[in-house]
Design a protein around this ligand. Structure first.
Ligand code: GLC
Ligand code: CA
Length: 550
């Protein structure tokens, strides 16, 4: 594999709205990000992915952009953005912005012009279609619920496509004029010194324009039609031009046949956030216990690596702004403790690929279940709620499911200290702070060398250690103990190093056959490593990263 600067990425994702408010309006801002850059540097991250801060009416918290060349006033100014890029650079950190180009906001000037004249120049920037038999052009369901089509005001039988909310009309990537505008915008941003982009919902850009009706898959008569707007052939051609920067596509389920086009040597992106394992939730009755989930998780991780097979870099992550917190997602309450919390991130942190952490993950932030559906604020949550009720669930059942699966858990404000509102704001936060902040916060962990925060720093330091880094990046991956339930283990090996990563989700620990000779214990969530002549005993929820003899 040809070596690239971005292979060494240890990324840190920031959801600016919930990171740090500096002017008391209850909304996190760019100055707040600047305030904490030293902490991110201390953690060892060298890339920050900033969720969208562009001008936006905030129907989807910034994933609905009304001006790609401007910063939303709630986050600050263009000057703040430039300062952030410069301050980050001083600390060896590059900034990725979140490029949301599957759709724009309905308030974007292009869409406003398109509504005035759907058949003119800007109408071709979006997807307008005639209805069929008094109904929508077809029965695709929006990912956020309801029809994926919305009637154009002032027309009897004209609709526009939106695979997310109706305030997020899809852009027409078939139109070369639109593509040119987007490329120009990307280049302008790159000129400001960005490290690259995270590309939102990228596997949806290219659509299958047959527009046939599909058999309904729910009581609403719609069909999720995923295969019609996901990974459709031809996407690769559209995006090849962004190659030099670090570009990470949000990409649902990359198949073996997609690897070359997507992340191969000449592929469209540097890397992808693939969701193969992030759908897992231990509270889903399908798993119901930590070990069963872990076994599946392990198989999915290794399967994804096998698919890629050294042809490109996956992005290894556990959390993002669209998922519940990993401790609550991967560990049953009875398995949650400081040992298991430290073990969890080790599971995929040393796999081939780049790595990303999400704000608050490093201090073990947790889900924040609500007492009623009114406690949530995200539009799609209400669409999911309506769908569950339509499917016959009671209010309590729907709430329980949403409390288990909601992406809003990861959006509670960052817990900096034990002062009012966790130090996030001096005003009223836009979304309530998790009540556990008096105990669980950054400052408390900073003071405690045994804390999760300190452990995350050690973990990053091991991965970036000069004499080991190449092994973790380019070394061979050898899964170990693959058939032992409750054990997730692998080896990374090259001419220089042989490193064994051992983790267990077993509450009683386990003794495994072991013939390696340990040279150095690189990482351990216990004080002791119980290795004998022929066996090694893993203590409950233990994780070990061991440098062993070649
Ligand atoms: C992506 C984002 C998500 C957003 C959606 C629509 O999946 O991660 O937060 O709601 O795209 O832009
Ligand atoms: Ca603010």
């Amino acid at each position: 594999m040809e070596k690239k600067w971005w292979h060494k990425t240890v990324g840190y994702q920031i959801y600016p709205k919930s990171f740090q408010d500096t002017n008391g309006d209850g909304i996190g801002d760019l100055k707040g990000v600047i305030r904490h850059l030293d902490k991110i540097e201390k953690l060892g991250a060298n890339v920050i992915w900033l969720c969208p801060v562009f001008a936006s009416p905030m129907v989807d918290n910034g994933y609905d952009i009304s001006d790609y060349m401007d910063i939303d006033p709630s986050f600050g100014t263009m000057e703040d953005m430039k300062e952030l890029i410069a301050e980050a650079k001083k600390r060896g950190i590059r900034i990725l912005m979140d490029l949301v180009v599957n759709h724009s906001s309905d308030r974007h000037a292009w869409f406003q012009a398109a509504l005035q004249d759907p058949f003119g120049k800007y109408g071709k920037y979006y997807v307008f279609r005639e209805g069929k038999d008094g109904k929508e052009p077809n029965n695709w369901r929006s990912i956020f619920g309801g029809s994926a089509w919305e009637k154009v005001p002032g027309y009897d039988n004209l609709y526009y496509l939106h695979i997310f909310t109706k305030e997020q009309p899809d852009l027409n990537w078939e139109n070369p004029e639109l593509r040119e505008e987007i490329y120009e915008m990307i280049l302008k941003w790159m000129d400001l010194g960005l490290g690259g982009f995270r590309l939102d919902a990228i596997s949806h850009l290219k659509k299958n324009y047959q527009y046939t009706n599909l058999p309904p898959d729910g009581p609403d008569e719609y069909n999720m039609a995923f295969e019609y707007f996901n990974n459709v052939d031809g996407l690769a051609d559209i995006l090849c031009e962004m190659k030099d920067a670090l570009t990470i596509g949000e990409y649902d389920h990359m198949g073996p046949e997609d690897v070359e086009d997507v992340i191969g040597e000449n592929g469209s992106f540097s890397s992808v956030f693939d969701f193969c394992h992030t759908l897992d939730n231990v509270r889903n009755p399908k798993w119901g216990n930590t070990v069963a989930l872990f076994d599946d998780y392990r198989d999915q991780l290794f399967a994804a690596q096998k698919i890629v097979d050294g042809r490109g870099m996956l992005c290894n992550f556990l959390e993002n702004h669209d998922k519940p917190r990993s401790i609550d997602r991967f560990l049953m309450p009875e398995d949650q403790n400081l040992y298991s919390e430290k073990m969890l991130p080790v599971t995929n942190f040393f796999l081939p690929g780049i790595v990303f952490l999400y704000q608050g993950q490093e201090i073990g932030m947790r889900d924040d279940p609500k007492q009623s559906i009114q406690g949530f604020v995200d539009k799609p949550t209400f669409a999911i709620y309506d769908r569950l009720i339509a499917e016959g669930k009671t209010d309590a059942e729907a709430l329980e499911q949403i409390n288990c699966e909601s992406r809003e858990h990861s959006r509670t404000p960052m817990q900096w200290d034990a002062s009012a509102e966790a130090g996030f704001t001096t005003g009223t936060p836009w979304f309530p702070v998790n009540k556990n902040y008096t105990e669980l916060n950054y400052e408390a962990e900073e003071k405690d060398p045994d804390s999760l925060l300190w452990f995350y720093r050690k973990m990053v330091a091991v991965r970036r250690r000069e004499d080991l880094e190449e092994t973790f990046l380019y070394g061979t991956l050898i899964p170990e103990y693959e058939t032992v339930s409750g054990v997730l283990a692998y080896r990374r090996k090259d001419e220089k190093n042989n490193v064994l990563i051992l983790t267990t989700s077993l509450a009683d620990g386990i003794t495994l056959p072991f013939t390696d000779t340990i040279e150095e214990v690189l990482l351990n969530n216990y004080d002791t490593c119980e290795a004998g002549e022929e066996t090694i005993r893993l203590q409950p929820y233990q994780c070990l990263v061991l440098k062993v003899k070649e």
